[in-house]
Design a protein around this ligand. Structure first.
Ligand code: G3H
Ligand code: 13P
Ligand code: ZN
Length: 307
């Protein structure tokens, strides 16, 4: 069928009250693990690459992998540029057939973010490419942090309403208390749900949760059993994720969970079979580990059968 636009999958998700998983990949095995899960669950899927992934693997390889996956899939597959910080990368992605881009100028002053995003929307919409943007800085809300300090980095809902109206973006990522990586909370995990409600009612478009990995304890334990040294992890619990979806989150970004399952599996295979050096014997189970993680995420998002 070929790649479809983000707009198409997210509007359906918003209407029906589920979220679509957006999974980062940097190589073929990860992409195949993601696709195997999406196909088995018949779930729509967003494949995404950061600028760092493009630098690592080359945009030609990444785009070709995603297009190959989408061609015969029979489910909706989107190829999205995650955290596009530079206009040149956004343009490069559009030229390579990405069907969605994030213009991420969230670390810039508001006016600069607004004008950069507006410019990208104008160009992207001419060629049916969707645009995501973000306001606020991703940082965890910690139990002990003073409210004022935490709120300074979170999205301002009124500003979000104006931003979405003026830019015409298709999807909006509000900072509501998550952070990227495996160490999201120091105390009890908490997201600012009231803020999310206000953003949802003032923007009325599909919302995106970054830094949304669940960081499962059993996967971290497996990695540590086979030699990793990963301590003090905390992810977004499934019940909090489900609440956020009920309140308007339609795209859930997941990278850390896949990195953890991928590397824990490699460690396990090498640890259990020290004599093995056939890549297929090591990366075959790894692909399965990624698939299992993605199936788990799809279940939480409620997107199974919606492909
Ligand atoms: O925000 C997404 C990622 O978790 C960071 O990925 O290291 O490829 O930039 P990156
Ligand atoms: P995690 O680090 O929680 O997986 O977040 C990934 C992300 O937001 C990619 O944009
Ligand atoms: Zn992100």
């Amino acid at each position: 069928m070929g790649l479809v636009s983000l707009n198409r999958v997210l509007l359906k998700a918003k209407e029906q009250g589920y979220a679509v998983g957006a999974f980062n990949f940097v190589n073929m095995e990860a992409l195949q693990g993601i696709m195997d899960a999406a196909l088995e669950a018949h779930a729509p899927v967003i494949l995404q690459t950061t600028e760092g992934a493009i630098e690592y693997a080359g945009i030609g390889y990444l785009a070709a992998l995603a297009k190959t996956a989408a061609e015969t899939a029979g489910i909706d597959v989107v190829l999205h540029l995650d955290h596009g910080k530079h206009l040149e990368t956004v343009m490069l992605a559009i030229r390579h057939g990405y069907t969605s881009v994030m213009m991420d100028a969230s670390d810039k002053p508001y006016e600069e973010n607004l004008s950069a995003t507006k410019g990208v929307v104008r160009i992207a919409h001419m060629v049916d490419v969707s645009v995501e943007a973000e306001l606020g800085q991703l940082q965890g809300i910690e139990d002990k942090v003073k409210v004022g300090e935490a709120e300074a980095t979170l999205v301002d809902p009124d500003q979000a309403g104006t931003f979405v109206r003026e830019t015409g973006v298709d999807a909006f990522a509000p900072a509501i208390g998550t952070s990227h990586g495996a160490f999201k909370f120091k105390g009890t995990p908490r997201l600012d749900m009231e803020r999310l409600d206000r953003v949802a009612s003032l923007t009325r478009i599909p919302l995106v949760l970054h830094g949304a990995s669940s960081v499962p304890a059993d996967i971290v334990k497996k990695a540590n059993t086979y030699g990793a040294a990963i301590k003090g992890t905390a992810g977004v619990p499934d019940d909090i994720m489900k609440q956020a979806i009920k309140r308007g989150i339609c795209k859930v970004n997941t990278d850390t969970d896949l990195r953890l399952s991928f590397t824990a599996s490699i460690r396990e295979e090498l640890g259990k079979h020290p004599e093995e050096f056939d890549l297929r014997k090591i990366l075959g189970p790894t692909r399965q580990a990624v698939k299992a993680m993605v199936l788990n995420r799809i279940e939480v998002f409620g997107s199974a059968g919606k492909g």
